[in-house]
Design a protein around this ligand. Structure first.
Ligand code: F3S
Length: 387
């Protein structure tokens, strides 16, 4: 692997300590994946932030590190809202451990904006090289923005943040970003909202595996693209997709190789995912809500009172910038929490069945929360919670 002089010196132990260890980790990763060089990154997004997922071993590892991030770096959602953990029902022992994890990242210069939607807070541009971890954020960065990132593990993203570079392989290379599968979507009579795009992603991820789909027949907006990509990254390993006429790297259909496999997804396959089982909580904001999603929720909840726990998740930055909207939502009894989500917070494990409007949550809630997941539109979620 080709390294510049400064990196060679660091690897020779000139600075010692964490930076050398982190660079060794990046070089080892690069060798495994056949990278020829490291590429400078403009930002990192680091998973492995909830104490629920990293436990004591992860905390000890973080505490053993020194150094500072040299590019903007944010954390993935943690297990609780830092300012409102008691209100959410997080127990004191967990909160202490979670605060220790957060403090360890803060010491390393990682910004404490704990979110899977860092693109709402920091400008990320077409062609930027990134080292992001969370699968929906990776999908959005690659597919919707046209930035370039592999799906990094937590240690790889943290190493990249501290070094400012990542191994250049996989989706950093233009030749690996071309579609490998065409998906035709036939929804003649179904209005496609965020939940429908989540359901489409849930189904498409299963079919695509780790291929790069090229969609035809849909015109999603930005929030719908977010929902589609998040779900495909959960039921499959899709880190990049294209939508004809919508996403920035989608080529002209006439230029697609004739040899590409073509499959189609019909409305009935999505409808089967929308059930009407009874639930004891509702959770939306997977991925974290955009300002437009908060607006829609505020509109639907105005004048209503929820009769069961209703969780809404968004980044602190989006909440702060939309305070009046958040107040309108919370007037109904719903709670808008920052920093965390229905999958990484231990609080959600108390429920038997949770209603969601996200294909990703539909895939993860059963295993991560031990609860049945019910899929519905945002309108269905409000209806069920206010009946
Ligand atoms: Fe984000 Fe949590 Fe969903 S990290 S994508 S809200 S599972």
């Amino acid at each position: 692997m080709e390294l510049d002089l400064e990196d060679e010196r660091i690897l020779c132990g000139e600075q010692g300590g964490t930076k050398q260890k982190m660079l060794e980790l990046l070089v080892a990763l690069g060798k495994v994946f056949g990278a020829e060089r490291l590429v400078p990154i403009t930002s990192a997004q680091v998973s492995g932030a909830s104490y629920k997922t990293i436990g004591e071993y992860g905390l000890d590892w973080l505490r053993s590190l020194n150094g500072r991030a040299v590019v903007p770096a944010v954390l993935n959602p943690i297990g609780m809202p830092r300012g409102r953990w008691e209100e959410m029902g997080v127990d004191t022992l967990f909160a202490e451990k979670q605060n220790s994890v957060v403090a360890a990242y803060e010491r390393l210069g990682v910004q404490l904006e704990c979110t899977c939607t860092p693109y709402y807070l920091h400008q990320t541009r077409f062609g930027d090289h990134l080292a992001w971890s969370e699968s929906s954020a990776v999908s959005y960065a690659n597919s919707v923005i046209g930035a370039r990132t592999n799906r990094e593990g937590g240690p790889g993203a943290l190493a990249a943040a501290l070094v400012g570079k990542t191994p250049c392989y996989g989706l950093h290379l233009p030749e690996n970003r071309r579609p490998s599968l065409v998906i035709d979507v036939a929804m003649p009579n179904r209005k496609m909202g965020i939940a429908e795009f989540g359901a489409l992603g849930y189904r498409a991820g299963r079919l695509a595996g780790n291929r790069i789909p090229y969609f035809r027949g849909i015109r999603p907006d930005l929030d719908q693209l977010k929902a589609l990509g998040a779900a495909m990254a959960a039921t499959g390993a899709v880190a990049l997709y294209h939508v004809e006429g919508v996403t920035p790297e989608a080529q002209d259909p006439a230029e697609l190789p004739a040899s590409l496999e073509e499959i189609s997804i019909e409305a009935a396959e999505l409808e089967a995912l929308f059930t009407d089982i009874p639930v004891d909580a509702v959770a939306v904001g997977c991925p974290h809500c955009s300002p437009a999603e908060l607006d829609e929720l505020a509109r639907l909840l105005t004048g209503k009172i929820v009769t069961m726990p209703f969780y809404v998740f968004a980044s602190q930055g989006v909440i702060d910038a939309n305070r009046k909207t958040v107040d309108r939502i919370e007037k109904s009894g719903a709670r808008v929490f920052a920093d965390t989500c229905m999958v990484v917070s231990p609080v959600m494990e108390q429920y038997q069945a949770i209603m969601v409007n996200s294909g990703k949550a539909l895939a993860y809630v059963p295993d991560m929360c031990g609860a049945v997941a019910r899929m519905g539109t945002i309108g269905d979620c409000v209806k069920v919670a206010t009946e």
